[in-house]
Design a protein around this ligand. Sequence first.
Ligand code: SF4
Length: 569
Amino acid sequence: MFKITIIDGYIDEPTCLGVPPYISPYPRYITGAILKQDKKNQISYYTIDQIRQKDDFSFLLKNNLIIVIAGTSVPGKYLAGYPISPNEIKKFLEKITVKKILVGPAAKHGFGIQGGRKTYDSVLLKNIFDLIISGDPEIVIKKYLENNLKTKDINISEKRKNAHSIKDYANLGSKIVKQHPYFPDYIIAEIETYRGCPRTITGGCSFCSEPAKGLPDFRPINDIVEEIQNLYKQGIKAFRLGNQPCIFSYQSIDSGKIEFPRPNPPALTELFSKIRIVAPGLKTLHIDNANPGVIARYPKEAETIAKTIVKYHTPGDVAAMGVESVDPVVIKNNNLKATPDESLQAIKLINKIGSKRGNNGMPELLPGLNFVFGLAGETKNTFTLNYEFLKYILDGNLLLRRINLRQVIPIPGTRIYDDIGDKFVKKNKYLFKHFKNKIRTKIEKPMLEKIIPKGTIIRDVYTEKTQGKLMFCRQIGSYPLLIGVPGINEKNKFIDVKIVDYGFRSITGIPYPLDVNTASRETLESIPGIGKKRTNRILANRPFKSKEELKKSLDDLEIFDRILGFVKF
Ligand code: SF4
């Protein structure tokens, strides 16, 4: 029997997210491996944020083994947790004389520090770890435990036989979610449906690490459903089918034979409908990546699948499409997956099926677009073309939930790493900075105004983090909107908000309905048209027992009518 601690330093890969509120499959599968080796093994799970709060790390010495999950190969901006850095690993673990293992993207490709910069090689941490696992952690860890923690004969690059072979690990490991600090309310399980990309046949996109996983190996429908059933039984109510390169290509026909295999709508219907049967009270069911090249090539199948998603999912969902660039030179040089016309077709199709507003205030399903900069062939014209493409979408009243602009991280093993590295990132650094600002002001803000018109009520946003007098809140799901709520300070609860204003990437909302007798000064001032003077008057005259009493204290009937749209007594 072993005593093992898992430190979740969080991961962010192109096809998998594990930064809170997300819990990735890594800690779950690893737990499954540990319990499969011996069900009496004791496992403690800590997030890196929990470790950061400790002054004394001697509790780690009581373990036989410490497993660190780490690595952001596509680092983003995070609100609810911040991924572990190589320096923190040294600080927390260098003096801990217990066997230690590093797993995750950091162990496979190094630590992604920020867009445009080369990764930090995990070999530099070899003095700290007994094993740095480049294969599948659950497979290697189980063998390591069976080998009584001896590294001899352990193949650190060993991989699973096939997608079905992780079934037991996924099911047994579901219980670890209970140790997550955000359990049970604010946690969402990232679910794997397959890995590998069909475009591996042609080498895939120049910057992407997914082709290194080979051709798609689909998890059987019932394996995925069983894992969700187990997670649901533990108490998980939010799920994202996000761990795959394209949800529309799940179980696609002739996958492995052609670059863009035909989607398989019946498989998606079976998957989604079965999930709803085993998790009837789920609160979130979202998706992530979708290949615009697949959607455009097979519009009939894609439309059926989009309808299926909208039928079974929860609103506020995002199909994140890797457009990467609409410059034909960059597309050709980097073997990207879609032409500008194909991307546009895919955007139109998702809008057609998903733009209707759902019961939580958000449109059902919208496209998100990912752009990557620093690719081979990029010139000033690339930025112009990308801008014109986005402007065309905005002017054409098509909706985009998210525009993700990032500079490429040259990951070892990708074509870009060997061919050009960060040459174009450095060369076009200022063009990128300028482009980003232009998109924020000229595209994203007006787009937000279209997606969430003023007065929209957004349901179930979680009060997450305060910054000055502002509380940042989000719904739980795929790329949730960041909502700033002025003047509230109670964290960790779900509230409804009414939207009153827009920033570039976030929006402002106030609690809805608002109790005018207890609301703070900052919240009252945020109601459109109220301002400082009327807020002072409200504060001086409350409590109000009725609308009439409030009416008397205000000087303007129009303002009174407007306030009535926000408040309760
Ligand atoms: S289509 Fe391109 S970006 Fe998407 S998984 Fe395949 S290689 Fe990666």
